[in-house]
Structures are given as structure tokens and as C-alpha cells.
Design a binder for this molecule. Structure first.
Ligand SMILES: CC(C)(COP(=O)(O)OP(=O)(O)OC[C@H]1O[C@@H](n2cnc3c(N)ncnc32)[C@H](O)[C@@H]1OP(=O)(O)O)[C@@H](O)C(=O)NCCC(=O)NCCS
Length: 131
């Protein structure tokens, strides 16, 4: 997660924002996060390739290793979590997208609901999809 933030988000966010964002992904924080979220990962040969999680009906932690982006790992994870959410009875999924991932979510059927700004990070785009 940290590797992807530092490498992939740097063109859209300031150095300070990258530091704040990547600082939120230490082991302790993730263990706490896992208490209220369903976390899924893509693995191959014992190596972690990508992650996604679902907190209520909100998608979080959508990350694919920089050197493996563009190989459909992200869309597989997203489609998997959409099925999981639908089975659980969710009707809509929402996501607070980075500027970086906006086009990806659009491609997968998510629509912009509003633009927002987060203190110390900057612009984000809220999006949703009916399941
Ligand atoms: C966004 C991200 C998860 C996409 O994962 P990925 O495995 O690279 O994406 P895929 O290969 O599954 O791409 C699926 C489709 O979306 C398109 N796409 C992927 N990233 C895109 C982007 N940033 N902008 C526009 N289109 C994009 C692909 O071209 C592909 O289109 P196609 O079906 O026409 O071929 C990944 O690039 C990433 O980790 N980005 C940085 C972290 C980030 O911003 N995460 C989101 C936090 S909210």
C-alpha cells in the first residue's frame, strides 16, 4: 500500500500529502482497520500484488503494486468485492477516489457524486455505483 501511494500518487498530490497518506498504513493501523472492514488481497507465488477493502458500503484500500498496474488486477479485485457486497445485501457502493484512480473507477461504472477536499491531503472525488 505504501509503495503504491509513494510511487503512483506523487504526480497528483504534494509531498506532504503523500507523507500523511502513507503514514496511515502501518501494521498497527491496518490491524485496527481490519476489525471493521473486510479486507481482500490478490496473491501470486506468495507475493502480495494488490489490496481492496469494504467498510459498510464504502470501498477502501484499492491498491495495486506500481509495476503490476494495467494487468487487470485492480478490476478483478473490484469486481470481486462488488459480488461480495451484493451477496451481503448492499445496493450501492461508494468510494472516495484519489485523483489518480478516478479514470479507473469511471471505467468500471462508477459515477462522480461530488468533489471534496481533505485536510493535509487535498482533492478527492466521491463516486458511487448501483449494484
Ligand atoms: C487504480 C488502480 C487500483 C487500478 O488497478 P489496475 O490493476 O492498474 O487497473 P486494471 O488493469 O484493472 O484497469 C482496468 C481498466 O481501467 C483502466 N484504468 C486503470 N487505471 C486507470 C486510470 N488511472 N485512469 C484511467 N483508466 C484507468 C485500464 O486502462 C483498464 O481499461 P480497459 O478495460 O479499457 O483495458 C491502480 O492503478 C492503483 O493502485 N493506483 C494507485 C492507487 C490509487 O489511486 N488507489 C485508489 C485509492 S482510492
Amino acid at each position: 500500500m505504501r509503495e503504491t501511494i509513494v510511487t503512483s500518487l506523487s504526480s497528483d498530490y504534494s509531498k506532504k500529502a503523500i507523507k500523511v497518506l502513507s503514514g496511515g498504513y502501518d501494521a498497527e493501523g491496518l490491524i485496527k482497520h481490519s476489525e471493521k472492514t473486510a479486507i481482500f488481497v490478490a496473491f501470486q507465488d506468495g507475493k502480495l500484488l494488490g489490496t481492496i477493502s469494504l467498510e459498510g458500503n464504502r470501498i477502501r484500500n484499492m491498491f495495486v503494486l506500481p509495476k503490476l498496474q494495467g494487468k487487470k488486477i485492480g478490476s478483478k479485485l473490484l469486481k470481486y468485492i462488488e459480488k461480495f457486497a451484493k451477496k451481503r445485501g448492499e445496493k450501492t457502493l461508494k468510494v472516495r477516489s484519489s485523483l489518480t484512480a478516478f479514470g479507473f473507477y469511471q471505467r468500471l461504472g462508477y459515477c462522480k457524486t461530488r468533489r471534496g477536499s481533505i485536510k493535509l491531503i487535498g482533492s478527492v472525488i466521491w463516486m458511487k455505483k448501483e449494484l
